[in-house]
Design a protein around this ligand. Structure first.
Ligand SMILES: O=P(O)(O)OC[C@H]1O[C@H](OP(=O)(O)OP(=O)(O)O)[C@H](O)[C@@H]1O
Ligand SMILES: O=c1cc[nH]c(=O)[nH]1
Ligand SMILES: [Mg+2]
Length: 210
């Protein structure tokens, strides 16, 4: 597993407003969308393409287009939905699958309550979206499911990561074709498994505390 932290002043600027407790849901949703677009630029650096011949108004030339099989984008419900539009805007040919997961607030164990994925992901590049990589339990389980279905290149796009979660992913997914792209790696987790300084509960800040 490798991790890439996107070091860019626009990312840092938007992330600071996202962290601010005074930022309302509408602004939070817009900033999450904008941040994903910036992270997606890095996350798709190795997206597969193929050569195509085209005619410009002036002459013939050779270019590239996104190749088949199409990349798969998988937001992890609920909070990952806030990252979906920003990602597919940059990957117009992408197919979208869904995994619904929730973390028990006491035990911090993640469980899966919904799964709508292609059964065969052989040879597919997959982009998993979840704003928060805290203990890592959620992403490890989601990525194991994708690799189990044959995905051979998985990139997790997250807004914030905790060092504890990065370590867990490195240990649990050692040797797997996995990349994490993050806007920042924060200091630590607190005793409730929240990222510090973090931004609070991403799902609640996007969608309320239902
Ligand atoms: O790395 P972990 O310790 O597993 O924690 C991270 C997970 O926790 C949050 O989801 P939550 O369970 O709050 O669900 P939600 O998206 O519905 O709010 C977050 O969106 C991640 O999916
Ligand atoms: O800080 C955290 C940790 C897990 N999930 C969140 O939404 N926020
Ligand atoms: Mg939540």
């Amino acid at each position: 597993m490798r991790i890439h932290v996107v070091d860019h002043p626009l990312v840092a600027h938007k992330l600071t407003t996202l962290r601010d407790r005074r930022t309302d849901s509408a602004t939070f949703r817009r900033l999450a969308d904008e941040l994903v677009t910036l992270l997606a630029y890095e996350a798709t650096r190795d997206v597969r393409t193929e050569q195509v011949d085209i005619e410009t108004p002036v002459t013939s030339t050779t270019g590239v287009k996104l190749s088949y099989p199409r990349p798969l984008v998988v937001p992890i419900l609920r909070a990952g939905i806030g990252m979906l539009d920003g990602m597919v805007r940059l990957l117009p040919t992408a197919e979208v699958g869904f995994i619904g997961m929730v973390r028990d607030e006491e035990t911090l164990q993640a469980s899966t309550y919904a799964n709508r994925l292609p059964s065969d992901l052989s040879g597919r590049q997959v982009y998993v979206l979840d704003p928060m990589l805290a203990t890592g339990g959620t992403l490890v389980a989601a990525i194991r499911e994708l690799i189990g279905r044959g995905a051979d290149d998985v990139t997790a796009v997250v807004l914030l990561a905790a060092p504890e979660g990065v370590e867990t992913m490195e240990r649990e997914l050692a040797g797997s074709p996995v990349t994490v792209v993050a806007a920042a790696v924060d200091e630590r987790l607190d005793e409730h498994g929240y990222i510090v300084p973090g931004l609070g509960d991403a799902g609640d800040r996007l969608y309320g505390s239902a």
